[in-house]
Design a protein around this ligand. Structure first.
Ligand code: NAD
Length: 438
């Protein structure tokens, strides 16, 4: 199929490259010319396992190209996938500005194009956004009826950054919210042959399923971390507790997100919890459990700061900065928040993250670092060794094998383990080792 993918961020870039890899003819679109240029040069604008090779390959065969022109891309497509961002507004509500703007652009192109095309929203949005906000925009521009003159579907994305290419080809599930069967068929055809169950549901149900996923992930992490903190205070190994808890097959609980460790973050879980709670508040629905997941997460982050304070050292190191290993994504990273809390308390801090350094070199996240985190940019080191040499106390916030193999035993800085290192059992007996996830 001829497909346009609007937005070449983490979701759009992976969707575009993977669809091109499956034989579709794909044009990716972004307002950010730097991302367009990177893709056309055969380079990925995000750091992810396998994405660099895949973009090089599909751009090389001509299956993927990029442009900054929405109109040109939509005119030439049968299906348009919308993958623009939906961040939080300052009050926690969902920002739909990018969705509205791109929908106007699509509408204008569809009005010119003629023939039936399907607009598929992959961006995360609250139930009702598609039918109440976006479909009226499309109908106004096109001068026709959604589900008749053009198709509309919601197809939420369940990729996990760090393993998103793998997740695309082996999805946990495919959810298609369809306005009419033909719209659903167009989406199903994109993924035909991929494993995993396909659920065809009403549009608002598809929107809500994504929130069920992300709210539950946040809840599980918060639960595991609170339990871990209590266990640690009572001298119990929380991982052993969870091992046995999860071994109860009758409970049939997935271990994912249930390992006590560091706080969660990233561009999805916090903002999706925030907008869900905001929407509940507006609808006058009391949601005390959901409303306390983010405060619980913030308290957990503070435990790491408290551990550093307990050491009494002032020269600190931080290994890892992106929100999890395998990605360069710094948005709402708990390690960024940790660095900021330490920096704010006057610690002499150095930070190293291999993916962030690589991405900065490529130019992918350079603007984000320079505009949003200039105070941290000056603290970035070039190697693990540089951080270890500087630090009297070093926080290990990544399980990147290259970092783990460089960590000293015994001598060197006090290590504060945020990720429960694979050799945590051995290290617990050593001097100068503290863990957040015991
Ligand atoms: P992102 O910020 O990395 O990418 C969005 C891109 O859209 C940016 O490059 C931006 O320049 C571009 N854009 C904005 N307006 C545009 C326009 N009018 N035309 C063309 N391009 C435009 O965001 P992301 O992380 O890829 O997330 C996108 C959506 O997918 C969000 O709704 C998010 O909640 C959801 N989602 C993200 C993930 C994830 O792991 N990142 C997973 C599942 C769902």
């Amino acid at each position: 199929m001829r497909v346009s993918v609007l937005g070449l961020g983490y979701v759009g870039c992976v969707s575009a490259a993977c669809l091109a890899g499956r034989g579709h003819q794909v044009v990716g679109v972004d307002v950010n010319q730097a991302k367009v240029d990177l893709v056309n040069a055969g380079k990925a604008p995000v750091v992810e396992e396998r994405i660099g090779e895949l973009v090089a390959e599909v751009v090389g065969t001509g299956a993927l190209r990029a442009t900054a022109d929405v109109r040109e891309a939509v005119l030439d497509s049968e299906v348009t996938l919308v993958c623009v961002g939906t961040p939080s507004e300052p009050n926690g509500s969902l920002c739909t500005t990018y969705l509205e703007r791109v929908t106007e652009q699509i509408g204008a192109a569809l009005a010119e194009r003629g023939g039936r095309q399907t607009v598929v929203y992959r961006s995360t949005m609250l139930p009702g956004t598609c039918l109440n906000l976006l479909v009226p925009i499309l109908e106004k521009y096109v001068g026709g009826t959604a589900g008749v003159d053009f198709g509309v579907a919601v197809n939420p994305e369940f990729l996990r950054e760090g393993t998103s290419v793998r997740d695309f080809f082996d999805p946990p599930k495919t959810v298609i919210g369809e306005l009419d069967p033909a719209s659903g068929d167009a989406v199903a055809a994109l993924y035909d042959g991929l494993p995993g169950e396909v659920f065809r549901v009403p549009v608002p149900t598809a929107e809500a399923i994504k929130y069920a996923d992300n709210a539950f992930h946040g809840l599980k992490i918060g639960f595991a971390n609170e339990l871990g903190a209590v266990c640690q205070a009572l001298g119990v190994d929380s991982h052993q507790v969870m091992d046995v808890f999860l071994a109860d097959r009758k409970l049939n609980i997935s271990p994912a997100y249930l390992r006590p460790g560091f706080a969660f973050g990233g561009s999805c879980l916090p903002k999706d919890l925030r907008s869900l709670v905001h929407a509940a508040r507006r609808a006058d629905v009391s949601v005390p459990i959901l409303a306390h997941v983010l405060p619980s997460n913030s308290d957990h982050l503070q435990r790491a700061v408290d551990l550093v304070e307990r050491t009494g050292k002032r020269r600190a190191g931080l290994l890892g900065l992106s929100f999890k290993p395998g990605t360069d994504d710094l948005r709402e990273s708990p390690l960024v928040e940790l660095a900021e809390r330490l920096y704010g308390r006057g610690y002499d801090l150095r930070i190293y993250d291999a993916n962030v350094s690589l991405s900065r070199l490529l130019g992918a996240n350079r603007e984000y670092i320079e505009t949003r985190l200039p105070h941290l940019a000056q603290l970035l080191a070039d190697s693990v060794a540089e951080v270890l040499e500087h630090a009297e106390v070093c926080l290990v916030g990544t399980s990147d094998p290259a970092v783990l193999s460089a960590l000293p035993h015994g001598d060197g800085p006090v290590l504060i383990d945020l990720v429960r290192l694979p050799d945590a059992e051995v290290r617990r007996a050593e001097q100068g080792y503290m863990g957040l996830a015991w």
